[in-house]
Design a protein around this ligand. Structure first.
Ligand code: FES
Length: 80
């Protein structure tokens, strides 16, 4: 599966000891790109559980779409 996500950060976010979850005693970093608390996991990855390995998905405005291909501004196919 391929997933397109839109991120606006332009630099790193330093993690601090205060970022550790007091109850769990750990810190979970989002790897799916869908967290509203990015860079921290907020459980949004659950939305990806039924993604098909052969599909490409775009998540926008709380909705998921399947797309056949992504075309860049220079008209290059990223996946077909
Ligand atoms: S890994 Fe992205 S929200 Fe959990």
């Amino acid at each position: 599966m391929t997933r397109l996500v839109e991120l606006e950060a332009t630099g790193p976010r330093k993690l601090e000891p205060s970022d550790i979850d007091d109850e769990k005693g750990d810190l979970a970093v989002c790897q799916c790109g869908l967290s509203d608390s990015f860079p921290f996991c907020d459980g949004s990855h659950r939305r990806t559980r039924d993604e098909d390995d052969e599909m490409t998905y775009v998540y926008e405005n709380g909705r998921r779409r399947e797309v056949e291909r992504v075309v860049t501004a220079d008209d290059t196919d990223e996946k077909s």
